[in-house]
Design a protein around this ligand. Sequence first.
Ligand code: SF4
Length: 158
Amino acid sequence: MRAPWWMKGVHFSCQSGCGRCCDQPGGIVYLSSDDAKRLAEHAQLSVIDWLERDARQTHDGRYVLKSREEDGICIHLNEQKQCGVYQVRPQQCRAFPWWGENLASDRAWKKVKENCPGIDAEDAIIVDGHTIRLHVFADRESSKGFRTWPPEPRRRKW
Ligand code: SF4
């Protein structure tokens, strides 16, 4: 099987003060159970109380971060376009722009590149393929999400 195009590495460096990837109305951030624990601890709340305050459930029951009612943007993005929970942000936010759907085709990647000045930026470093692959897996894991707290154990597929 041929290695994916990004396995040879991609030039990227997140640009300070940018925040464009979060400044998207209607964006959805799926939460892993570890995200919920970490963010609840940061907010000094129980996970149940934090989920009630900062998360909602999609039509199929998975927990996602809440967005502001007035513009559909993440509740944690402040007026300076900075993330208010950056140090403990969800795994899916950390994994951007290395989401499977972004890397799936040239067309998808070109679209991400139009909105993310970090890709091929002048100060970009090469992010190696193994690191990218870890982000792709993390994004995929987060997308599976959880629907109850405490989360139900996953059924093994034999
Ligand atoms: S759009 Fe790209 S450069 Fe801007 S904050 Fe997001 S990841 Fe960083």
